[in-house]
Design a protein around this ligand. Structure first.
Ligand SMILES: Cc1ncc(C[n+]2csc(CCOP(=O)(O)OP(=O)(O)O)c2C)c(N)n1
Length: 279
């Protein structure tokens, strides 16, 4: 079902808040993985605003949907959404990547309520997602398993083993998402190791593939709606995004993967508005 104007407004404002919180929580220590966190704000907002089943008061609820953030350096976007949804106090966002924190720069299931997998070593998430999806099916659970990978990460060979495995096992409870922001750590993916026609490749492996603008709520909604079909095939949504979206000096720049940034700079973007949790 398409989004009502009211639903869309709520989701867009959730995404804006995630982006703002992400920027402030990275500005607090003065640096962070800005690019890959900002490119997924709308997608994460949709996941936690409409798509996934979860309970912030019971993060390990057995029937919850699972999200594996394989591009684990995007932690700040996910932490912001989880804090807003009440998995932990928003004040934790002041502690990103500090000694002793429960919000390390890369996602860690042993520290953060709502995080389901330790990620950061790229290339592994989709294989883990296959295992979780098979496990869910074996236990008769209706849960869905979501896995977000980067386009640069897609250069990792292990993804292609998972690509082969999931259709062979009919994992239609597995929804892969690729953040196609075209940049990786030190340049454009096409210059580092070109992926060619990504859509054709996933399709050739036996996945249902849709492509959507990852900053447009209606497009995101349509892509997820189409991914619910129980037809024996895993789904891959290729989201076209802009790396570092919302931070003008870094947007779509080769140096935006990990960057320094200041509170004052972020304040300027938001005309002086700061979140209540910032200390
Ligand atoms: C196995 C492994 N190799 C290298 C790295 C270093 N690394 C961290 S992020 C990154 C680039 C990721 O690019 P992409 O997947 O496109 O993510 P995004 O652009 O969304 O940040 C690399 C190479 C890593 N974390 N893990």
């Amino acid at each position: 079902m398409s989004l009502t104007a009211e639903e869309k407004k709520t989701l867009v404002s959730f995404a804006d808040k995630i982006r703002m919180y992400s920027l402030y929580c990275m500005a607090r220590p003065g640096q962070g993985h800005v690019g890959g966190a900002l490119s997924i704000s709308e997608i994460v907002a949709y996941l936690y605003g409409r798509e996934m089943r979860y309970n912030p008061k019971d993060p390990k609820w057995k029937d919850r949907d699972i999200l594996i953030m394989s591009k684990g350096h995007a932690g700040p976007a996910l932490y912001s959404a989880l804090a807003i949804k009440g998995f932990f106090p928003e004040s934790w966002l002041n502690t990103l990547n500090k000694g002793g924190t429960d919000l390390p720069s890369h996602c860690d299931r042993n520290h953060t309520p709502g995080i389901d997998m330790c990620t950061g070593s790229l290339g592994q998430g989709l294989s883990i997602a296959c295992g979780v999806a098979i496990g869910a099916r074996l236990s008769g659970s209706e849960k869905r398993v979501y896995c977000m990978i980067g386009d640069g990460e897609t250069d990792e060979g292990q993804n292609w083993e998972a690509a082969l495995f999931a259709p062979a096992h009919g994992l239609d409870n597995l929804i892969g998402m690729t953040d196609v922001n075209r940049l990786q750590l030190d340049g454009f993916v096409k210059d580092v190791l070109d992926l060619g026609d990504l859509e054709a490749k996933w399709r050739a492996f036996g996945w249902d593939v849709v492509r959507a603008n990852g900053h447009d709520m209606d497009a995101i909604s349509g892509a997820f709606e189409s991914s619910h079909e129980k037809n024996g095939r895993p789904k891959m949504i290729l989201f076209d995004t802009v790396k570092a979206k919302g931070m003008p000096r870094l947007e779509n720049q080769g140096n935006c993967h990990h960057a320094t940034l200041t509170i004052d700079e972020v304040k300027e973007i938001y005309n002086g508005e700061v979140p209540a949790w910032l200390d």
